[in-house]
Design a protein. Structure first.
Length: 316
């Protein structure tokens, strides 16, 4: 990841006009660096050793063979959507991307997944999902309207979405999480709606997009330790005007845009449906925007601080 980021930065430095270096506070940089290190799933220093490097028969280290997503999914016995969800949830870790940006996976990583207890049934159970209120309601043994109310009020959080032919958003839910919710909150399934739920529904509120974005951003943050890629995650869900306000340096904005994560699996390609789904990718309420703006500020402090420490000034 560092190589990708540094290449992007060097390209930006050649293409963008140089701007005056801005003063960076040591406290802010340190806070951002520490926040990034805490949230990473694995230390950057060890990521290459335990995932991307194997040993040949002579005992010498070598770069592990890379497999494309379709082949990796087949070897794990998963369909395309199931495999994409396994990667999204961090159950299968992607290796360095190919020249065209396609995700690739190492033999070492696939062997690790296969060696897990209960494979493949346990893996399939972790990624199994249902689409829409009708399917979710049947799983929980309740009516679709009650399930919709529970979802809109944030009792269950979507793991993904689809846009159907009527341009309506169809939310996906993990089966394991729905069953866990039913076991832990039986009263909510059968009893009267709490007052706060009734107020939210009366106000036509819907927490499904907010909950999905929070989950999506959290998963993306845990999948990278590169400071500039981490900063690109909250930037990707903020409105453009908020990014411009938070990142006045145009060169830094180019870096963040280049490192922005792609839309999740299932994001439609048809323009009309894509326009509907695009709204799901951006924070809406002032409170949500402020939360991601704060996250961007912290991540940027860490990225700028590391650039100063390593001598690679990046876009500045």
């Amino acid at each position: 990841m560092k190589t990708v980021t540094h290449n992007v930065m060097k390209t930006v430095m050649r293409a963008a006009a140089k701007t005056d270096a801005k003063a960076r506070t040591e406290a802010g940089a340190k806070a951002g660096t520490e926040a990034g290190a805490t949230a990473c799933a694995r230390p950057a220093a060890t990521a290459g050793r335990d995932v991307f490097v194997a040993a040949d028969p002579r005992g010498e280290p070598r770069q592990d063979a890379m497999l494309g997503g379709a082949r990796a999914a087949g070897e794990l016995g998963l369909g395309r959507a199931e495999f994409a969800r396994a990667v999204q949830l961090g159950l299968v870790r992607a290796g360095p991307r190919g020249p065209g940006g396609a995700a690739r996976f190492t033999r070492v990583e696939l062997d690790r997944v296969k060696a897990a207890e209960g494979f493949p049934d346990e893996l399939r159970a972790q990624v199994e999902a249902v689409a829409g209120a009708d399917a979710g309601a049947r799983l929980l043994g309740i009516g679709p309207s009650r399930f919709t109310r529970l979802a809109r009020c944030g009792h269950v959080t979507p793991v993904g979405y689809r846009v159907n032919r009527y341009r309506a958003v169809v939310w996906l839910y993990l089966v394991a999480e729905l069953r866990e919710f039913a076991a832990g909150e039986p009263g909510v399934l059968r009893g009267a709606a709490p007052e706060e739920d009734r107020e939210l529904i009366a106000a036509r509120g819907d927490l499904r997009p907010v909950g999905w974005r929070g989950r999506h951003v959290g998963l993306l943050m845990r999948r990278t330790c590169d400071p500039w890629e981490r900063a690109a995650v909250p930037a990707s869900v903020l409105p453009e005007e908020e990014v411009r306000a938070a990142v006045p340096d145009p060169a830094e904005r180019i870096v963040l845009a280049a490192l922005a994560p792609p839309p999740p699996y299932g994001h439609p390609q048809v323009p009309a449906a894509a326009a509907v789904a695009h709204r799901l990718l951006r924070a809406q309420s002032p409170e949500e925007i402020e939360r991601y703006r704060t996250g961007l500020d912290i991540a940027l402090a860490g990225a700028r601080g590391q650039s100063n420490e390593t001598g690679d000034k990046g876009p500045t």
